[in-house]
Design a protein around this ligand. Structure first.
Ligand SMILES: [Zn+2]
Length: 335
């Protein structure tokens, strides 16, 4: 108790000493003194906390008036880059108010905003983070690791020849040869966690008189390569890219996607039948999302696919379902 009291008094003393002359730490004061700004900072700076953030990170003396006028948080990125671009404080603030501004994308935001002057800053940031300012397949990031939440799209591809490490056979599949849309494979497969969730989901659906089957699930890199190359040679790149994912860019290659139908309906019409609503409303509790929804074509860069489910795990699937977000948006709005 006594020791605590002494400690407390010591803390108070130290606090008084540094606080009496200035709001700024010794290190911060030193920078301000170097630029002959200590007086300004003490007396005329409106947003001292913002100035402190910049003094601790990337202080540029040319911008001290802006720092003192803006609300800058510790995790705001690209403040100086935005000021370098000669944006007004109000315009800079609009960027800083968005949680997912990324410093590395600042130049792209500014270029995209120039070309789309009617767009709100929020949409500019979101769309650039989604890479929509770039053509599909122009700048490709190679996916590392095997996280079940991995983002596979036209900007993020699996490594050449990727084979998931935990593929297992699945039950509840279509009968090859009987159904025209059934995958032409000996045995359909998914990655283990997706396979287990899929079977649980199908069993729950049975209680609702829905007889779900998988018509396509894991597809190999080589298969997608063959499919894409065939269409590329036969009909040209524009056609091939419109209808077929390039190798490494199909979610089916991840072993986490499954195309389904139920009760014998054509897979590409299932949204019209009773029971589909149950699927839509319940699959997230088994970890699945509808990967290419109807109203998000511009974001996913894919047409509506009522049949294509993607496993991401229950937690993320529920979050995306409840917030009406695609996987692409989730990644684009991450800090
Ligand atoms: Zn599919």
């Amino acid at each position: 108790m006594k020791r605590l009291l002494i400690l407390l008094m010591a803390v108070m003393l130290v606090g008084c000493n540094s606080g009496s002359s200035s709001d700024y730490s010794e290190k911060q004061q030193k920078i301000l003194e170097e630029h002959d700004r200590l007086d300004y900072a003490n007396n005329d700076c409106e947003k001292k906390d913002s100035l402190k953030v910049m003094l601790d990170s990337d202080y540029n003396d040319n911008y001290i008036e802006s720092y003192c006028a803006l609300d800058i948080d510790k995790d705001d990125e690209g403040v100086n880059a935005l000021l370098d671009a000669k944006l007004s404080d109000k315009e800079v603030q609009a960027y800083l108010d968005i949680d997912y501004v990324r410093e590395k994308n600042i130049d792209r935001y500014l270029a995209y905003q120039k070309d789309n002057s009617d767009k709100k800053v929020k949409d500019v940031v979101l769309e650039v983070n989604l890479n929509l300012d770039e053509k599909p397949y122009e700048e490709i990031s190679v996916i590392e690791g095997e996280d079940i939440t991995m983002l596979v799209n036209k900007y993020n591809g699996l490594p050449e020849g990727y084979v998931p490490s935990d593929l297992v056979d699945i039950n509840y599949t279509c009968t090859r040869g009987e159904d025209y849309s059934c995958a032409d494979v000996d045995q359909q497969q998914l990655r283990k966690p997706a396979a287990e969730a899929y079977e649980e989901f199908v069993e729950a659906a049975k209680k609702e008189d829905l007889d779900i089957v998988a018509i396509a699930s894991y597809r190999s890199y080589a298969y997608q390569d063959g499919l894409y190359s065939y269409n590329l040679n036969a009909s040209g790149q524009e056609y091939a890219d419109q209808y077929y994912a390039r190798p490494g860019h199909s979610e089916h290659n991840s072993g986490l996607a499954v195309d389904i139908t139920f009760n014998g309906y054509n897979f590409n019409e299932i949204e019209n039948y009773d029971g589909y609503e149950w699927i839509l409303e319940n699959m997230h509790t088994y970890g699945f999302i509808l990967r290419y929804p109807q109203d998000k074509e511009d974001i996913t860069q894919y047409g509506y696919e009522s049949w294509h489910l993607r496993y991401v795990g229950e937690e993320l699937a529920t979050y995306l379902y409840e917030n009406d977000l695609t996987l692409d948006e989730y990644y684009a709005t991450m800090k």
